[in-house]
Design a protein around this ligand. Structure first.
Ligand code: AMP
Ligand code: GLY
Length: 417
């Protein structure tokens, strides 16, 4: 099978890495890709937001499966265009991707499906904003209704900061603060059958100790030794299956990857957000542990035949990924800086540790930074402590001027806290 992956971040590098190891994949293409993906897939230039262009590329390549990585193309209807060209596609329709594209829509679906989430108000005027902020009190949680690459959410004790953020957006969701650790649980679905993957934890804040602004994600690990072993079953029953059923009953079945961002609160598990695609950087650690060849899983979801798939096979290893970000990320990042040490990691640390590229491009013989999150250094080990040690050893070999990374990814979990 020929597979075309759309996107060019570390999530797509992780997807391409797994697909390139799958014996059923005869040719692998990625558009537009990045410097790291180029080592496992043939890159093609494309405007990932242009459904007609993506569909035409898939036809030209004779692709038997298209995998759409990021949310923006999904919300723009790229999966619909590929499906209309008669090619199986892993990724939801634009209608179903509203689950991520509009926080207000997601709240409406959750209310209809009885899915536990934070109480919330949708606000468009200053009066509504003030009333909602006062109704919940501090800490305030204010979310831009639309897509914002993980940066549209402000959580703050400061009412003025919360109010300013709300007034800077056209439409916001203001909601109750949820206390407790966060879990990302991904499920692959064809719109009927739901297949949960292994849970992971993401580190959203820029700085150690969960300080600093929200980012797209600075690191992740899996498994979660502290989590209740019944968590996945519980989330399947209370969140994932009811949400998939609700969207199907609305006539907009969701097929692809349903990502539940969860808070494990003292009053029970609550949904913080849904995403309509694999999470980044959690995908890097979840796929590092998946033994079942990936292409068949995604193809069965695309074709509506997930119920025929045998149970997934997981490695007992732990996986940790540490994101190396550009100077000034999550603000406007500095790009174009040369990256050194990639060869050293490949020579010294593989196969247990490897570098997945996020924002990189090739300039002559050099690989240079090309985005906010630049690399996702991933490692596996017999437990989290070992995976962490290997990941940070590899991080230590990478030289990127002005770069930043967190030093505490998976630290608490590895210590049994
Ligand atoms: P989201 O884009 O909705 O995932 O929000 C980004 C991050 O903001 C989440 O991962 C949480 O850390 C935080 N956050 C979002 N909603 C809440 C909430 N209701 N209570 C506490 N923290 C939240
Ligand atoms: N890791 C957060 C996200 O993918 O949205």
């Amino acid at each position: 099978m020929k597979v075309l992956v759309i996107g060019g971040g570390a999530r797509e590098h992780a997807l391409c890495r797994s697909l390139s190891l799958d014996p059923d994949v005869s040719a692998l293409y990625c558009a537009p890709g990045n410097a790291g993906i180029a080592e496992v897939a043939e890159l093609r230039p494309v405007d990932a937001l242009d459904g007609a262009a993506v569909a035409a590329l898939a036809v030209e390549l004779g692709a038997g499966l298209v995998v759409v990585g990021p949310e923006a193309p999904l919300v723009a209807g790229v999966a619909d265009a590929v499906r209309a060209a008669g090619i199986p596609v892993f990724g939801p329709s634009a209608e179903a991707a509203r689950l991520e594209g509009s926080k207000a829509f997601a709240k409406d679906v959750m209310a209809a499906a009885g899915v536990p989430t934070a109480r919330s108000y949708v606000c468009t005027t200053a009066e509504e904003v003030d009333a909602a902020l006062d109704a919940f009190g501090a800490p305030y949680v204010v979310k831009d209704d639309g897509l914002a690459a993980g940066k549209g959410v402000v959580v703050t004790e400061d009412r003025a900061v919360a109010r300013d953020h709300a007034l800077a957006c056209d439409r916001v969701v203001i909601e109750e603060y949820l206390d407790g650790p966060e879990v990302s649980l991904f499920a692959i679905t064809d719109g009927v059958t739901v297949l949960p993957l292994q849970p992971a934890q993401d580190f959203k804040r820029a700085l150690d100790g969960d300080q600093g602004p929200n980012t797209g994600g600075m690191g992740a690990y899996s498994p979660l030794p502290w989590a209740d072993p019944k968590l996945v079953d519980e989330v399947m029953e209370l969140v994932l299956q009811p949400t998939v059923d609700e969207l199907r009953h609305r006539g907009t079945p969701f097929s692809g990857l349903l990502y539940a961002g969860l808070a494990i609160t003292s009053r029970g598990t609550r949904v913080i957000e849904f995403n309509a695609r694999f999470g980044d950087p959690e995908t890097q650690v979840v796929l590092a542990r998946l033994r079942t060849p990936l292409a068949g899983v995604l193809l069965n979801a695309a074709n509506g035949t997930l119920n025929t798939l045998p149970a997934l096979n997981w490695s007992d290893d732990a996986a940790v990924t540490v994101v190396i970000a550009s100077h000034n990320y999550p603000g406007t990042p500095r790009t174009g800086d040369p990256i050194e040490g990639l060869g050293e990691v490949a020579a010294e640390d593989a196969p247990d540790a490897y570098v997945l590229h996020a924002g990189t491009r090739r300039e002559g013989d050099a690989v240079v930074s090309a985005g906010g999150r630049v690399l996702s250094v991933t490692a596996t080990g017999s437990d989290l402590a070992q995976a962490r040690e290997k990941a940070y050893k590899a991080v230590g070999r990478i030289k990127l001027d002005g770069s930043q990374h967190r030093t505490d990814i998976a630290a608490k979990a590895a210590e049994g806290r």
